[in-house]
Structures are given as C-alpha cells and as structure tokens.
Design a protein around this ligand. Structure first.
Ligand code: FMN
Length: 219
C-alpha cells in the first residue's frame, strides 16, 4: 500500500537542523533518490577561485547543444558569481577525494582561494576564465544561458542553465568495459538523509557512496 505524503512533514518529524524543511522539501528525505556530487567553480571578484559542492544538477540539452542545469541557494556565492561573470565549471570528483571536496562547503573569507584552501589544484580552462579542478576526472566549462527563480513565494533557490562550451575527461578513467569505466570514475553519490514518514524517525545524517557496479544489469 502506498502512503500519500503531505506537503509539510507531520509534527512528530523533527528537523535535524534548524531550517531543514524550509531549505529542502521533506520529500527529499523520504524518497531518497541518490545523485552524483560535483564541485562548481567560479571566479571571485579578486580573481581567486570559489568552490561549491553541489548535488542538484545534471547534463541536459541535445547533441549539438549540450547544457548543464543546476540548482543553487540564492544566498550562495556561486549564485552571485555566476550571475556576475556568466561562467562556471562543473567538476566531477571521485569518492576518494571526499576529504578535500567536503572542505569546499566551508564558508571561506573572500580573500581565500577556495580550491587551494581545500587542498585542490587549479587546472587551466580552455574556453572560460574559471579554473577547472585538476584532481577531478572530468570538467564541463559552461557559459550562462539563464537564471530562474525556483519558488514563487518564499524564495530560496535558483535554477541555472549553462551551455557546455568545452568538456574534458582524464584518460586514466577510460575503459572499454562498462564496469571498469564506472569503477575508475568512482562517482561520489549523495544519499539524502532518511526519514521514515510512518514512525517519524529521522536519521539526521546523509551519506556518500560509490556505485555498487557489481549489481549492474544491462538495459
Ligand atoms: C553533499 C552536499 C551537497 C550540497 N548540494 C548543494 C546544492 O546542490 N546547491 C547548493 O546551493 N548548495 C549545496 N550544498 C551546500 C554548499 O556546498 C555550501 O553551502 C557552500 O558553502 C556554498 O558555497 P558558496 O557560497 O561558495 O557558493 C551542498 C552541501 C553538501 C554537503
């Protein structure tokens, strides 16, 4: 039997942190769809790198017009810098880089280069003016198409679409075999926190996992 979920969580379901159910819909924590994390790099006004860990994004578009769509918090530096400079880079890290990419969540002072402060290295971009991340196995250089507010009332997030103007992948992760390809990339997938809507028990933490490629079935 399916349980119909109300828009807002029942009162027994407590927020794990203040504002959790304002920033996110609780549906995220009940449905629990995993998503690959990536680092969004932008350039600060002083030329240093800004870095944001993000899990809300995907490649869209079509053959000759590849796009990247991502959601960012309105109050993030990434949102401000993309609107200002109209460029960003999407960088995919492997799970083994987690200690470093988790450092990018820190709110650094403006004069700090957030890649260097996180133990990551700048890589020269080919088309845009925003650094790529050397340790990441793939980077998508993007130019801004548009920014769109997501919510109509209490505004929290914005949707950003960019045109992918250059893409690069580390040859070390290439393979002619499906499993081998995914093992080498070792995508870091975010598992949202788990809330059981029946018992109102909330685990209060999210997880990071690599794909269980052994259980892959052809489709
Ligand atoms: C696993 C994980 C996923 C995240 N996903 C997003 C996201 O999709 N969008 C977002 O705006 N912030 C996301 N964040 C929070 C940002 O990484 C964090 O607020 C960061 O400091 C913002 O950086 P900025 O102000 O330099 O843009 C995520 C954090 C974590 C730990």
């Amino acid at each position: 039997m399916k349980i119909e979920l109300p828009l807002m969580p029942p009162k027994d379901v407590k927020e794990a942190w203040e504002g959790q159910f304002s920033v996110f819909s609780w549906y995220n924590f009940v449905i629990n769809a995993p998503s690959a994390v990536f680092i969004v790099t932008t350039r600060k006004e002083n030329g240093r790198a800004n870095a944001q860990l993000n899990a809300w994004g995907m490649m869209i578009g079509s053959g000759k017009e590849p796009k990247f769509l991502l959601q960012v918090m309105l109050n993030s530096d990434t949102h401000r810098l993309i609107k200002k400079n109209k460029e960003f880079v999407i960088n995919y890290p492997s799970l083994h880089l987690r200690e470093k990419f988790l450092k990018t969540i820190t709110h650094f002072e403006n004069e700090i280069d957030e890649l260097i402060a996180s133990g990551l290295t700048h890589e020269e971009p080919k088309v845009v003016q925003v650094p790529r991340v050397k340790e990441c196995f793939a980077s998508l250089e993007c130019k801004l198409d548009w920014v769109q507010a997501v919510e109509s009332e209490e505004k929290v997030t914005a949707l950003i679409q960019g045109s992918i103007v250059n893409a690069a992948i580390d040859e070390a992760v290439l393979a002619d075999d499906m499993k081998e390809s995914y093992i080498k990339r070792n995508f870091a997938c975010l598992l949202p926190e788990v809330i059981n809507p029946v018992t109102a028990i909330s685990l209060g933490y999210s997880g990071l996992v690599s794909l269980d490629i052994e259980s892959c079935v052809e489709c």
